[in-house]
Design a protein around this ligand. Structure first.
Ligand code: PLP
Length: 373
């Protein structure tokens, strides 16, 4: 296995815990254990908090606790608890899925730009990877004709990510359905990274979960992003494909075996109260979007962007010079972190902007002072 450094994680390792204003985080604002438990309190104020004290700290069921899987199922239309496999974050699920499903010489088509592991783990599993490029000039949409051209006789899977990291692009229903039809007709697996699902600014635009559309599809979910609870490290795959499910479950015995019991309990509370978490987090994003809309209107000389349709991120373009230098000076001189697009192998001067943190208005104020200087 040959895995190069995960550029985004190495970048964050350098800055995440020593920079005052993170203006490029992909997740929504987190909360404390006490705040989360309070969402589930009974009228006397006890409820989940009391039960949390009694969580048993032994090994847990490898596929995830039945009650957590029952809560996760509510995200889907046709999925049963036995179709859910809980992991330590979405990252473990990506890793195990790819090593379970792919073999040497398989060809995999990956929505690009991509969260690095969606392409890199497939490469490490000795697959040939073709990027299926989203283009800014097309509003970050994907071209179905290009997908047809990328197809080879040894193509094994298509990997899509919608709502998309880093652009905030939400596929149209027609394109989404066409991608699924293409996978089904060509007997491909479709791995659907849906970690930003339920953060659509217009709920009517929400796409069906991939796993509900057929056995060939695998949906990826996590508590980190839309629900703002990255510290739980609880992710999952949902699929009716029993062969893939069993292979992934069997590989998991070599990584984490089972999940953390306190995290599973808290994740269950989160999923039971996910509507409240969504309302809170979308409220923050929408308020932040107004601040960013104003900034980009005032500074149209320096920034251009395709406005996101979902999620806690956007991928604007810097027009004032080299984006790497800009991000470097900004963090050193103003303590504001933006993520240069080079982390996504983008060479067109984009940077990642995070929209999910409460202190975005203060970070933008610092950014503007820096721009004036
Ligand atoms: C598209 C996408 N998939 C998967 C992950 C991994 O999620 P986690 O860090 O919660 O494991 C991320 C994290 O940024 C992501 O953006």
């Amino acid at each position: 296995m040959n895995l190069p450094p995960f550029k985004l994680e190495r970048f964050f390792a350098k800055y995440e815990f020593n920079t005052e204003h993170l203006l490029c985080s992909s997740d929504c604002e987190a909360m404390s254990v006490a705040e989360l438990l309070a969402l589930d309190a009974d009228p006397e104020g006890a409820g989940a908090a009391e039960k949390f004290q009694k969580v048993w700290l032994g090994y847990t069921e490898s596929q995830g606790s039945p009650s957590l899987r029952a809560e996760i199922c509510k995200l889907y239309e046709t999925i049963q608890p036995e179709d859910i496999l809980v992991h330590t974050g979405a990252q473990e699920a990506i890793f195990l899925f790819m090593f379970a499903a792919f073999q040497e010489y398989d060809h995999v088509i990956v929505h690009s730009p991509a969260y690095q592991s969606l392409a890199e783990v497939a490469r490490a599993a000795d697959c040939d990877v073709s990027p299926w490029r989203a283009r800014e000039e097309n509003g970050w949409s994907l071209d179905l004709d290009e997908l047809r051209h990328l197809m080879r006789t040894n193509t094994k899977a298509i990997i899509i990510n919608t709502p998309h990291n880093p652009t905030g692009y939400l596929m149209s229903r027609a394109d989404y359905e066409a991608s699924h039809k293409f996978a089904q007709e060509n007997k491909l697996l479709l791995f659907s990274d849906e970690v930003y699902r339920e953060s659509e600014y217009d709920p009517a635009a929400r796409l069906p979960a991939g796993c509900d559309l057929g056995e060939y599809a695998i949906s990826l979910g996590v508590t980190s992003k839309t629900y703002g609870l990255a510290g739980l490290r609880v992710g999952w795959i949902a699929t009716k494909n029993k062969r893939i499910y069993e292979k992934v479950a069997s590989l998991k015995d070599y990584t984490t075996i089972c999940n953390s019991a306190p995290s599973e309990f808290l994740a269950e509370v989160a999923m039971r109260n996910r509507k409240k978490l969504i309302e809170r987090n979308l409220g923050i994003i929408k308020q932040n979007l107004r601040v960013i809309d104003d900034l980009f209107t005032r500074r149209a000389d320096l920034f251009s962007w395709v406005r996101p349709q979902a999620g806690s991120m956007a991928f604007p373009r810097y027009l004032g010079g080299d984006v790497e230098t800009f991000c470097d000076q900004l963090v050193k001189e103003a303590g504001v972190l933006l993520l240069p697009g080079s982390v996504y192998d983008d060479s067109r001067n984009h940077f990642r902007l995070g929209l999910g943190r409460k202190n975005l208005p203060q970070a933008v104020e610092k950014l503007e002072q820096f721009l004036i200087k």
